[in-house]
Design a protein around this ligand. Structure first.
Ligand code: ATP
Length: 483
C-alpha cells in the first residue's frame, strides 16, 4: 500500500458545537489519541468511521476529500473501526466469525459461493498472521478476551483496511494480552496500515506509538511525534500526562470476619476456600474460564453452591448489604431512557424517603454529589444515560454501587475505561470505604492494580484455586507465570 496521510480539517461534532477538530495520522504509524473521560475521543473516531455525522469540516486523504456519511462509505474508503466492547457472533465458529458478512468483499463472489477449501485456506493464513493456533470449527465463546480481540482484528484485516481504528480495546485485557495485540499492530505498520488508537494505557502508548494527540473539550490541543521529538523527549511528554499516578493504598487494620468460603464448589468451580475481614480488599486474579464469574455469583447468592459452606457475618444479612458492580459497563443493568440521577440513586431510593415519601430533590442532590466526587462533568443530573461516554457510564455505575451503602462491595473490572485521574479518585474511595469497615472483593485483569490496592490475592485457574497470597509478596510477572 502506498504511503498516505489522513486529515480532519475543522470538523465539528454535535456534542462540542464551539470546537473544531484538526487531526492527522499517517500510514505506517500508530497514532494514539489520549485525554480524560468525556473529552471527545470516541466522537472523533466515530466521525472518521462514519458512525456519527460530522457537522462541517472536511476529511481528506493526501488532499483528496472523502465523502464519509455512513459506515459503508467509510469502509469503502478503507476506514474500519473496532469499538470498545468485543463483538463476536456467539455460538458460531472461528471461521464464521472471520468471514460472515464479508465473503463477497474478500472473494469477489459473483454467482458461486467460494469453495470450502479456499475459505479455510484464507482463514488459516490470517490466523497464522495473528499468531493464533486455533481450530477453525471451534466456537468462539471459550476464547480468552485477548484471542477474541485478535480475531476481530483478523476479520478487519481480511477487508484490507487502509486505516484501522481501535477504541480502548485493552479495557478488559491483561497487560500481557495488551502487549500481544500491540505487537501485532506494530507488525501492521510494515503493511503501511494507519492505526489510530484510543487508550488510557500509557505504558502501551510509550512503547508502541509513533504519534500522540491530546484531546480536550472536543479539540486536539497538542500532537507529538516520536520521529520529530526523538525517543527520550517523546517519552517524557507522554509521561507528563501520566503525572504522579501511583496506588494510594493506606495502611489499615482489618477488623472482624465478614465472609468465609469453606471448600465451596459450584458449576466449574471446585474446592475454593478463603475468608474476608472487615476493612480488607481481596483481589481475584484469573482469566476467562477461571471461574471468577461463578465465584462472585455464588458470593452474591445468585447461584447455589453444590458443596462446602459459606459464612456471612450478620451485618451482611440486611438487604442491600452486598453491592455488585458488573463488568463491561454493566450494559444489562442500565435503566435506559432514564437520566443520570435515576440511574445513580436507584440502588437506594429509601435514603431519600421520609414517611414513605421519596424526595426527588434529595435524590438529585445525592446524584450531584457523586457526579462531583467522580468527576462526571455534566451540567445537569437529568442528562439521559444514552448521552454518556464509556468512562462516564462506568463512573455512573460505580456511583450507583456506592450509593447503596453496602458492607461488602464486589467490583468486577471497575477501573476499565477510566482515565488516570478518575482511577486515582476511585482508589481514594476504596480507602474511604475501608476506613468505614466496609470490605471489597476486586476482580481485575490489571495485575499491577491488584498488587497496588489489595491486601491478598486469590488466584483462580480453570475453576481451581491455585493460590492465595498477600499482595505485597508477589509481582505481576509471578501472576502471569501462574495464570
Ligand atoms: N449520543 C450523545 N448525545 C449527546 N452527547 C453525547 C452522546 N454521546 C456522548 N456524548 C457526550 O459527548 C462527550 C464526548 O464523548 P466521547 O464518548 O467522545 O468521550 P471520550 O473522550 O471517548 O470519553 P471516554 O474516555 O469516557 O470514553 C461526552 O461529554 C459525552 O457525555
Amino acid at each position: 500500500m502506498d504511503k498516505f496521510v489522513i486529515r480532519m480539517e475543522n470538523v465539528c461534532a454535535k456534542q462540542f458545537p464551539e470546537s473544531h477538530i484538526n487531526f492527522q495520522a499517517a500510514s505506517g504509524d500508530i497514532t494514539a489519541i489520549v485525554g480524560s473521560n468525556g473529552e471527545g475521543k470516541t466522537t472523533l473516531t466515530r466521525i472518521l468511521a462514519g458512525i456519527v455525522p460530522r457537522v462541517g469540516g472536511k476529511i481528506l486523504i493526501d488532499g483528496r476529500q472523502l465523502d464519509i456519511h455512513s459506515i459503508t462509505s467509510a469502509q469503502r474508503n478503507g476506514i474500519y473501526m473496532l469499538q470498545e466492547s468485543l463483538q463476536l457472533f456467539s455460538g458460531k465458529s472461528i471461521m464464521d466469525n472471520l468471514l460472515l458478512g464479508i465473503e463477497e468483499l474478500i472473494f469477489h463472489k459473483r454467482l458461486f459461493y467460494p469453495a470450502k477449501e479456499k475459505k479455510e485456506a484464507v482463514c488459516r493464513s490470517i490466523l497464522k498472521e495473528l499468531g493464533l493456533d486455533l481450530e477453525l470449527n471451534q466456537p468462539v465463546d471459550r476464547l480468552s478476551q485477548g484471542e477474541k480481540c485478535l480475531l476481530q482484528i483478523g476479520r478487519v484485516l481480511l477487508c484490507r483496511p487502509k486505516i484501522l481504528i481501535m477504541d480502548e480495546f485493552s479495557a478488559s485485557l491483561t497487560n500481557h494480552e495488551t502487549r500481544r495485540i500491540m505487537n501485532l499492530l506494530t507488525e501492521l505498520k510494515k503493511k503501511n496500515i494507519c492505526v489510530i488508537l484510543i487508550s488510557h494505557e500509557y505504558p502501551a502508548v510509550i512503547r508502541h506509538c509513533d504519534c500522540v494527540s491530546v484531546m480536550e473539550q472536543g479539540e486536539i490541543t497538542e500532537s507529538y511525534s516520536r520521529k520529530e521529538l526523538g525517543d527520550e523527549a517523546f517519552v517524557k511528554r507522554v509521561l507528563s500526562f501520566k503525572k504522579d499516578f501511583s496506588y494510594p493504598k493506606l495502611p489499615h487494620k482489618p477488623g472482624k470476619l465478614l465472609f468465609a468460603a469453606d471448600h465451596i464448589s459450584s458449576g466449574n468451580l471446585h474446592d475454593i476456600s478463603f475468608s474476608l475481614q472487615e476493612g480488607e480488599i481481596l483481589g481475584i486474579a484469573g482469566i476467562v474460564g477461571s471461574g471468577r464469574t461463578t465465584l462472585i455469583q455464588a458470593i452474591s447468592k445468585e447461584r447455589e453452591i453444590t458443596s462446602g459452606h459459606m459464612y456471612y457475618a450478620p451485618v451482611l444479612e440486611r438487604s442491600g448489604a452486598i453491592s455488585f458492580l458488573p463488568g463491561d459497563c454493566g450494559s444489562q443493568t442500565l435503566f435506559t431512557g432514564k437520566d443520570l440521577s435515576f440511574n445513580i440513586t436507584a440502588s437506594n431510593v429509601r435514603k431519600a424517603a421520609r414517611f414513605h415519601m421519596v424526595s426527588g430533590q434529595k435524590l438529585d442532590l445525592y446524584a450531584r454529589d457523586f457526579m462531583d466526587r467522580l468527576n462526571i462533568r455534566k451540567v445537569s443530573c437529568h442528562v439521559p444515560v444514552e448521552q454518556l461516554s464509556r468512562g462516564e457510564l462506568q463512573k455512573m455505575l460505580i456511583a450507583r454501587s456506592l450509593h447503596q451503602e453496602a458492607r461488602l462491595y464486589i467490583f468486577d473490572e471497575p477501573s476499565s475505561y477510566l482515565d488516570l485521574m478518575s482511577r486515582s479518585e476511585l482508589y481514594n474511595i476504596y480507602n474511604a470505604l475501608l476506613s468505614r469497615n466496609a470490605s471489597i472483593i476486586l476482580i481485575s485483569s490489571d495485575f499491577s492494580e491488584l498488587i497496588g490496592m489489595c491486601d491478598r490475592i486469590l488466584l483462580l485457574k480453570a475453576g481451581e484455586q491455585v493460590g492465595l497470597y498477600p499482595a505485597d509478596t508477589i509481582t505481576s510477572d509471578f501472576l502471569y507465570s501462574i495464570l
